[in-house]
Design a protein. Structure first.
Lengths: 495, 495
């Protein structure tokens, strides 16, 4: 989930000032509703040292009624606390109904800091992750609204912040040996944090990663996330508590400054000349043909998943991928709307049924991600269904990878202008008209909703075992070569 | 879950004949409703070789419309199936909406047979169990009704059945080398099956153990369990599908022959003479006092949980347990109805808060099991709440045991006559009158409901890491000595 995070995001001061007052009022109002309805709320902050957790918590509590919340700081367990199971001190601090408990670091420490420092062994890690999921499920089953933040900064930014703190005699003491150790071992922490986020991101207690280089941005994103979560919790509780007259929740305002995301920073100007294309395409195709034999002999299953915008060039890309392959070794599986038999099963059923046999390559032209893209946007499934689908999909992909499958997921990305150009070209050229339908135009009209769905998909399903590769596809030649070379490299690494 | 199973249960032929016809009709009727409502149903049979899975499945399908179900036999995976992840062949066979899929052995094979035969390594086991839970959760979230049976027979019974099959030349071929191997390694299989049952018994896909020595008993219990499960599934689906006019489900008949359970066979005549009592009590108390020092020095936490019928003698038992102990090393925690603060938290919160520090003993006079006993019977929590509590409680106890806690759970058992005698004695003796209240009499009036709750509790929460000890308590002396000696033995084993 940290893979595609764009840390350069920021909010200008004027914009921040304009919005903050309204968010404060909304939050204060929601706290009162939470109290009336007796909803317990947990808000927790994890993240790097010097990422600004303390400052952010301060911002968050300022508009709140101080009689309604508690802040707990969970640094390492005390000598006393070590005499109990690790969740004990957190169970004790779960909030009573109607109150907020805000944690500065939490039980997740056990699977990040304690793990990196070697206090939690590999075999305990699996169990600790399960204990955490069980804990969070029990609380949310009991009505707790849980909001989980991870404050993310780069290694360089952290180093600079430590340096700045140490320069000032008044703040130098705040930088500990452990902090410096963390900066030195940044990559290990990053990997542990990524595992933690993947394994504990659930529909009942989802993570929100906060890009924390810019304090204003971090504050606004935190506030709107809390407001959205409380609104959802109030809506659920409101359905159950009939006697409480619950006014409809006021949604968090849509803040354009927060909308910028990872996809915006994809460099779509990347391209190849005709000569480069011809040379690299041929080379990669030849290599893949050779690898196909190794795959077969080693009985390695390969799954290649294509998703992308309409007209991003999936078809042509797949043709170049398979052009030189032995047809007995691969299959292209086009995915369209489910037929009646498929609709009568779990949505993952048809994908399980079409998995490649070990030693073979399956290329999916559109995939199981339809659940969180078209089905979400078009309302073909309920909100509860697509929200839990992230975890279901991650579980399936983890099972494939554990079995030894090489799994590659490509998002073919073009910008809206390029898409329009291609749509128009298709309509004008007689032999391409079959490629463009009314549906393409309808989807295009919902570009913002699709974009939000794509962003959330990339964020929640980029796992350490199955990351997404974003393919810059304004230049089709570049896109084809990138996919081919990525596939070759991934297979080579595993042989 | 196999610990307290009474394999001697049986149904006489006349009773069987009287009941079976009605069950057939009910089942056929429910199949039609399931089809109308589009509910997919999975019924799976696990259990010992020669436990009668085939016969039982035949019984089950006879009353069904053959166009509405499929039977799958899952022996070891074929060569073909080995080229896919282990759940692949089962995903493919999940039923379409409105159909039944009946599995003779299933995906659970992976965590029992494959494990015992060494094909699944220890580190893969944890993952396989998680994959199974995830698979079952995904299907039931999608509306599948899942009924899981484990057919249990003893080692001796299995051996006899194999011998009988081999004596007859027509059936001798049915006993394979693998079958004989299983009988020889019965205890290993038993332990693996017990782990499997514990780890995959969930509120969405609970296990039913079938005592399979008597075919008639096994058949009736299987039928009534399926009927109950289908009725529950229809009730849930009926709430969601308004247009379908669903007649109220006909509950499975209460069959007195099926009611017999493990508690009935507790030998309540066990007793001690005054002399035996005095000697063994003193000896055990002295030993425990010594062990208390070791516990402290080794920083071992000990949790002793007391549950039992009203007037079973918990108070007197606890006094004998603690009589000789150093009061700085233990605490007795009486549990009554939760106060307002406790009610404003998750029901497990107050127990977490009162866990013993490492090196100390906590004795709970009544426990977290109130959720599945008094709260269930008196309607203080919803059915969904107590059904998921088994798993929540098992998770908590597993966390304690992983932390190194010695955890003992005692059910103090007396029969209704003895209880009545003690109630009357309390009312007659002035100094004991405080011990008997109106509530005791009210509870006694609900004896059948309490008994059902106790039985299900013993069955679903007797785990390999935290088994129940049933204490025969008609003779208080016997009960006191049994608890003391059990505690000493459990601590000694862990030092």
């Amino acid at each position: 989930m940290l893979q595609n995070v764009d840390l350069s995001r920021e909010v200008v001061k004027a914009e921040y000032k304009r919005l903050k007052g309204d968010l404060d009022l909304k939050l204060a109002d929601l706290q009162r509703q939470v109290k009336t309805l007796g909803i317990p709320v947990i808000i927790l902050f994890e993240g790097w040292s010097a990422s600004g957790k303390g400052t952010l918590i301060n911002q968050l509590i300022l508009p709140l009624d101080p009689r309604g919340f508690s802040v707990y700081s969970a640094s390492g367990p005390t000598e006393e606390e070590k005499f109990y199971p690790f969740l004990w001190r957190f169970w004790k601090r779960t909030p009573t109904r109607g109150r907020l408990a805000i944690f500065d670091r939490s039980w997740n420490r056990r699977v990040v800091t304690d793990r990196v420092e070697g206090q939690v062994k590999r075999k305990q890690l699996h169990q600790a992750l399960e204990d955490i999921r069980s804990f969070e499920r029990q609380l949310t089953d009991d009505g707790v609204v849980m909001v989980k933040f991870f404050l993310h900064i780069s290694k360089k930014e952290q180093k600079q912040r430590f340096a700045a703190l140490r320069e000032n005699t008044a703040t130098a003491w705040r930088v500990t040996e452990a902090d410096l150790w963390q900066n030195k071992h940044y990559d290990e922490y990053l990997a542990a944090a990524e595992d933690m986020l993947t394994e504990t991101d659930t529909e009942y207690a989802p993570w929100t990663v906060i890009e924390a280089h810019d304090r204003r941005f971090a504050t606004l994103k935190t506030f709107t996330t809390v407001i959205d979560a409380l609104n959802r919790g109030i809506a659920v509780a409101g359905r159950n508590v009939e006697e409480a007259a619950v006014p409809p929740g006021q949604p968090a305002p849509t803040i354009s400054a927060l909308k910028t995301t990872a996809l915006d920073h994809v460099d779509l100007s990347r391209s190849l000349t005709a000569e480069e294309y011809a040379g690299r395409l041929k080379e990669a195709q030849t290599r893949l043909r050779e690898l196909e034999h190794h795959i077969y002999r080693r009985r390695m299953p390969v799954v290649i998943a294509y998703e992308g915008w309409d007209a991003a060039g999936k078809g042509g890309n797949i043709r170049r991928l398979t052009q030189n392959l032995d047809p007995r070794g691969y299959e292209v599986i086009p995915i369209t709307a489910p037929n009646d038999i498929e609709k009568a099963h779990h949505y993952l059923w048809r994908f399980w049924a079409q998995l490649p046999k070990a030693g073979h390559i399956a290329i999916f032209d559109r995939t199981w991600y339809g659940r969180v893209l078209v089905e979400r946007v078009e309302g073909f499934c309920s909100e509860a269904q697509w929200r839990r689908a992230y975890r279901e999909i991650n579980a399936m992909e983890q099972q494939l990878v554990h079995f030894g499958t090489v799994l590659l997921k490509f998002w073919l990305h073009i910008d809206p202008d390029e898409q329009l150009r291609r749509f128009q070209e298709r309509q004008e050229e007689v032999h391409k008209q079959w490629k463009i339908t009314e549906e393409d135009w309808r989807n295009r009209a919902k570009l913002d909703q699709y974009r939000e769905a794509v962003e959330e998909m990339l964020y929640r399903t980029s796992t350490p075992y199955a990351p997404w590769t974003i393919v810059e596809s304004n230049c089709k030649w570049y896109a084809r070569v990138k996919v081919l070379e990525t596939v070759c490299e991934a297979i080579r690494e595993r042989l």
